[in-house]
Design a protein around this ligand. Sequence first.
Ligand code: HEM
Ligand SMILES: *[C@@H]1O[C@H](CO)[C@@H](O)[C@H](O)[C@H]1NC(C)=O
Length: 323
Amino acid sequence: MASRHPIWVIVAMAFVTTLGWGSASAQLSTNFYSKSCPNVLSTAKSVVQSAVSKERRMGASLLRLFFHDCFVNGCDGSILLDDTSSFQGEKTAGPNQNSVRGYNVIDQIKSKVESACPGVVSCADIVAIAARDSVVLLGGPSWEVKLGRRDARTASLSRANSGVIPPPTSTLSNLISRFKAQGLSTRDMVALSGSHTIGQARCISFRPRIYNDSNIDSSFSKTRQGKCPRTAGSGDNNLSPLDLQSPTAFDNAYFKNLLSNKGLLHSDQELFNGGTTDSLVKTYSNNPKTFNSDFASAMIKMGDIKPLTGSKGEIRKICSKIN
Ligand code: HEM
Ligand SMILES: *[C@@H]1O[C@H](CO)[C@@H](O)[C@H](O)[C@H]1NC(C)=O
């Protein structure tokens, strides 16, 4: 190589590699559709707004949809694909089935955007935009969403079931390592967990915590037990708010709850249980601005996970089906 290329070519190549110009996420940009579909952001916002005004929880559901898309082979819209006779998607995976919601809202945005600019905007990007709009509508921070992701032509049920999306029984060290595997720091993990300041969880997700954990406020566990019977199989789908104080407001109450042992999921309370993340939980509980700004940065980083760009994947016409 050294003999066939002048030294400046080698230096330039090393430079490009170092800057990460070869990596797909660097090809995302906030103005990706500014010429090709200038109304995509306003269209998405109005659909999310009407969905959230009908049901505030939908904002939480749309935020989680983005997380579960990104953590399984990157932010590529794979979670949106329906099963067919010849194809098994991710919707029936353990972390998703009877739990992930919001697919209809994404389909609605897609159909409006498709009539304005056919074949231009990916479903993966619509999910990223809807997550941001949801957080803003519920009172959280805003950020500029990087765009230009393309849609997968595949999905992976086995990967979605493999633990890449950590379960609510996770230890702190599992949470840290699952986020690290996606290129997200411990700080990103704690900030992103602040998502649990909105939305609901099923009894099956927190039953072991409210009956077996000792690091839980006793009046809180009693109250939660009232709607979540001890016996497996009974009341599994009964819902409780992840944040007992303000489950439809994106604020820092989640972290305040952790300080008083009122995290609903076992994994939530792991963030404040005598370990390395205690101090950050305290910081976020006292400084909503720090939480908001770390949350926004971490959402942008999460959106950078392994996007398909260039000629990879496709722009789906309908988000639940490959073209
Ligand atoms: C840190 C590891 C995480 C674990 C173990 C976890 C686990 C869970 C579980 C078990 C539920 C309840 C699901 C159900 O019972 O149906 C839930 C709900 C939720 N999660 Fe997480 N999650 C994590 C991180 C995140 C992240 C990173 C986000 C977003 C960026 C997020 C957003 C949400 C939201 C908004 C809800 C409520 C959804 C709704 O009401 O529809 N979670 N999570
Ligand atoms: C509590 O822990 C015991 C012992 O590990 C287990 O048998 C039981 O199923 C757990 N109860 C709940 C509600 O998770």
